[in-house]
Design a binder for this molecule. Structure first.
Ligand code: E4P
Length: 227
């Protein structure tokens, strides 16, 4: 199961890559604009931080299939490495996904709100679909249920497409899509950090060190200098 950072903030990406078992980075045009940096140098910097092998998902901006394909080829040439082009699941987007499949460019179909959008994208040749869990919840839908149904459809019909669930606001949503068989999640740095944090874990660790020092003395702050 994949754990991917949904951010273009280089400081956050550096920190998470150092401490967490991260498989890659996703961005979208809104995420990119939050950094207030020139586009190409920013995505090249992210690629150099994460290396050539981690997955990097960058979204096209154009709305017509031919122009999406042109942007996809540009991104592939400029960024290189293990690269996925994000294409929205519009009619033009599906046409672009089909064309990119023929050219062996890997794609992720994004802005997925329904299982049928995911089905069409998978049939067109997308390598991943990204259902927007929290945005579906905000529309009074059930994001986790949408993920569950997409996973079921892909398994039932042996569609070779993976579900990278996206758009999370809390740990509970991530937990639920893990249970429902999503192949991966992409979440913002705050949500990824919250997957690990628990006040009891911190207080337990402090207690272990406190007990140790009570027994072996204040200077025994490591196993290496405890005799
Ligand atoms: C990922 O592919 C999407 O761009 C992203 O997860 C959307 O997340 P948001 O709903 O938090 O903006």
């Amino acid at each position: 199961m994949l754990l991917v950072i949904d951010s273009a903030n280089t400081e956050n990406i550096k920190k998470l890559i150092e401490f967490f078992p991260i498989d890659g980075v996703t961005t979208n045009p809104t995420i990119i604009t939050k950094e207030n940096k020139p586009f190409l140098p920013l995505i090249k910097e992210i690629r150099s931080i994460i290396g050539e092998e981690k997955m990097f998902f960058v979204q096209v901006l154009q709305e017509k299939a031919e122009e999406m394909v042109e942007e996809a080829l540009y991104l592939k040439k400029e960024i290189g490495g293990n690269m996925y082009v994000k294409i929205p699941v519009t009619v033009e987007g599906i046409k672009a996904i089909k064309q990119l499949k023929e050219q062996n460019i890997k794609t992720l179909a994004t802005t997925i709100y329904t299982p049928m959008q995911a089905f069409v994208a998978a049939k067109a040749g997308a390598d991943f679909v990204a259902p927007y869990v929290n945005r579906i919840d905000n529309l009074s839908g059930n994001g986790v249920q949408v993920v569950k149904e997409i996973v079921h459809i892909f398994e039932q019909h042996q569609l070779p497409c993976r579900v990278l669930a996206a758009s999370f606001k809390n740990t509970q949503q991530v937990h639920q899509v893990c249970l429902e068989g999503a192949h991966g999640v992409t979440a913002g740095p705050d949500v990824i950090e919250s997957l690990l944090s628990h006040p009891s874990t911190e207080s337990n660790v402090k207690q272990f060190i406190h007990d140790w020092k009570l027994s072996y003395g204040e200077t025994s702050d490591s196993l290496l200098n405890t005799h």
